[in-house]
Write a protein that binds this ligand. Structure first.
Ligand SMILES: Cc1cc2nc3c(=O)[nH]c(=O)nc-3n(C[C@H](O)[C@H](O)[C@H](O)COP(=O)(O)O)c2cc1C
Length: 271
């Protein structure tokens, strides 16, 4: 039943309590880390002939500003009510996803995150897969009929009403060799891969919002991993991490409580 808990979750903006990890000698390992000598493989594609990392280094900062990023981050919210009026052509979504793949960093440059973008009819197919999976759970009694009818099904149909879903995966085949090669950090590669995966999620959530989409982040994994892998011929060893659903924003975001900034931020040495 614990596995089902997040799936039955309602829209909420409440925050959960902080869990502090136990301190152990392994926590110092990252600080001993040396710069990696792992070669960076940069693939050039017609849509991006000069990847940012190959651009000549420049010290010209006069035109640089964090404001576009701040503005984009402020635009990103959780939007549950989605529609099919796409604000941009699909090529803009593809451009954004390509940019994420090229620019989001990963620990030791492992590049283990995998993205699957489902648009229009394929997106609808995904939410039919989720609805089918849940119907099976209702039949076995694992999900109460009332919860299904009144909460889960309307929510899933709402997601289906959007334009697309991005599936975020991790490919363990690209993490294992690093764990074996760098024994000191072997327990860190998995969480670091998740950090990088989350960076992809945040990049795309923010980027889609900047394009005019509304989006929300879901976690129907691992329940749907197998049928989704079968439907889109996804390697069975890839691990599904999350689903970012997007579409035209059809309602405003809910109220969001903010804990005081002073509790969450410390700045030292400011001039
Ligand atoms: C790591 C992470 C996991 C989340 N998982 C879910 C989820 O499974 N279902 C859901 O409806 N919202 C999920 N959310 C959305 C949060 O509830 C939401 O981001 C938060 O309440 C702040 O609201 P905002 O996105 O409008 O800023 C998740 C957000 C994050 C960052």
């Amino acid at each position: 039943m614990a596995a089902l808990r997040p799936l039955l979750r309602h829209a909420s903006t409440s925050t959960s309590s902080t869990v502090r990890p136990a301190l152990s000698s392994s926590v110092i390992a990252p600080f001993l880390r040396l710069p990696t000598t792992t070669p960076t493989t940069i693939r050039t594609t017609p849509s991006q002939p000069h990847p940012p990392s190959q651009r000549p280094f420049s010290t010209t900062t006069s035109k640089m500003s964090a404001q576009p990023l701040i503005d984009a981050a402020q635009t990103r919210r959780t939007i549950y009510k989605l529609g099919k009026n796409s604000p941009v052509p699909d090529s803009k979504i593809e451009e954004l996803v390509n940019a994420a793949i090229h620019t989001v960093p990963s620990s030791f440059n492992t590049q283990s995150t995998r993205l699957v973008v489902l648009l229009h009819a394929e997106h609808e197919k995904l939410w039919d897969v989720v609805i089918d999976t849940f119907s099976g759970l209702v039949n076995t009694g694992a999900v109460p009929e009332e919860t299904w009818k009144n909460q889960t099904l309307p929510k899933l149909q709402g997601f289906k009403n959007g334009v697309g879903t991005i599936l975020f995966y991790e490919d363990p085949a690209h993490i294992k060799p690093f764990s074996e090669k760098f024994a000191l950090y072997k327990d860190h590669f998995q969480p670091w891969a998740e950090h990088s995966n989350a960076m992809h999620q945040y990049y795309l959530w923010t980027g889609l919002s900047a394009l005019g989409f509304g989006a929300n982040l879901q976690h129907y994994n691992p329940l749907i991993d197998a049928p989704v892998a079968k439907q889109w011929d996804i390697p069975s060893e890839w691990r599904l991490i999350s689903q970012l659903v997007f579409g035209s924003p059809e309602a405003a975001a809910g109220e969001k409580a903010q804990k005081p900034v002073q509790e969450r931020l410390k700045i030292f040495g400011k001039q």
